[in-house]
Design a protein around this ligand. Structure first.
Ligand SMILES: Cc1cc2nc3c(=O)[nH]c(=O)nc-3n(C[C@H](O)[C@H](O)[C@H](O)COP(=O)(O)O)c2cc1C
Length: 323
């Protein structure tokens, strides 16, 4: 399935991240070498009820392709109808099903990772969406299990493969772990060895060496990178350079980082319209970008109250003059 999407022999996915992997950030990551994009998770019920805010999450630029729209929900019939709507509205390259979200608001309605411990519903959702979207591929993103005493990723992956899912991303944590602890790559490797569809490994891939190590040690067909890309979208090109040459390129200079920060902020302001709101929404992103920059602590203090592009310019000018 992956070879139908991208010529890359070992595709790099940008992980779906709510509030982070919007169209602006996806375009940045694409330019830096990410091969496949997945949208932030979108509520199937929101689509089903034609919620206007939900449809904003579906916007993407042609250069982002191949792109999958990620849906979450718990009602097989609604999910199937929502997936078909999305396919007809925006023509994604695939639909991705979220079976990993640990957030209570989602889990208590039986969505996200709740399906990891409800095999009949997991299979019903997957089969209904596969049927509704055919011949478009449908992928799934799972965690290793609900908690440490119920690791069931191998069984769930087999069930999903039987239901017609075309590829599976495995985040190597349980639902109970949330984002704490470490990703369990032994479970990811076990899944890769248990199914014939491509397995996309995800969790704690922080640098080029991590990706190459996991690629060599497990049978994964692709890697998915989330938090490491947030402050460092250069990671995708670094991975590719490392593969090609065996050398990790030097980290970007502060001047290069500032160029990207400015571009990212300007694009978000242009998209959202309201500069103060847009810049407030960028603060967490700026914190992430500051990691690895000189004087990052001082920068973070200044980023915590920035509310305009002019304010950002002042911080940049001071920081680069002090460099
Ligand atoms: C801020 C944030 C938002 C996320 N939103 C989603 C989401 O919408 N859908 C999803 O499947 N996973 C979501 N995730 C999980 C990531 O896709 C990924 O599985 C996780 O961060 C582990 O990968 P990493 O160690 O490379 O970050 C989110 C993670 C973060 C940090």
């Amino acid at each position: 399935m992956l070879s139908r999407l991208t010529p890359s022999a070992f595709p790099l996915f940008l992980a779906p991240m709510a509030g982070v992997s919007d169209t602006v950030f996806r375009q940045i990551c694409k330019r830096f070498g990410a091969d496949v994009m997945v949208t932030e998770f979108v509520s199937a019920e929101g689509i089903f009820h034609r919620n206007r805010r939900t449809s904003a999450y579906l916007e993407f630029a042609p250069m982002e392709r191949p792109l999958g729209v990620q849906l979450f929900g718990a009602d097989p019939e609604h999910l199937a109808l929502a997936a078909r709507q999305v396919v007809d509205w925006v023509g994604p390259d695939f639909i991705d099903l979220n079976f990993g979200c640990p957030v209570n608001k989602v889990v208590c309605k039986n969505g996200g990772s709740a399906l990891l411990r409800d095999a009949p519903l997991l299979v019903a959702v997957a089969a209904a969406v596969v049927h509704a979207c055919a011949p478009l591929p449908v992928t799934a993103k799972i965690r290793t299990g609900w908690d440490a005493s119920s690791i069931n990723a191998v069984d769930n992956a087999r069930r999903l493969e039987d239901a017609g899912i075309a590829a599976i991303a495995v985040h190597g944590r349980t639902k109970s772990q949330g984002y704490s602890g470490e990703a369990d790559w032994d479970v990811i490797a076990a899944v890769a060895g248990a199914v014939t569809i491509p397995v996309i490994g995800n969790g704690d891939l922080r640098c080029a060496e991590d990706v190459v190590k996991r690629r060599n040690e497990t049978g994964i067909a692709a890697a998915m990178i989330g938090r490491a890309a947030m402050g460092h979208p250069w990671i995708f090109s670094e991975i590719k350079t490392y593969w090609r040459t065996g050398v990790v390129p030097p980290p970007p200079t502060d001047a290069v980082r500032w160029e990207l920060i400015r571009e990212h902020c300007a694009a978000v302001v242009a998209r959202r319209g309201n500069e103060a709101t847009a810049m407030a929404s960028m603060r967490a992103r700026l914190m992430a970008y500051s990691r690895g920059m000189n004087g990052s602590r001082h920068l973070r203090e200044q980023f915590s109250s920035v509310d305009s592009l002019a304010g950002l310019e002042e911080i940049a000018a001071r920081h680069l003059a002090a460099d």
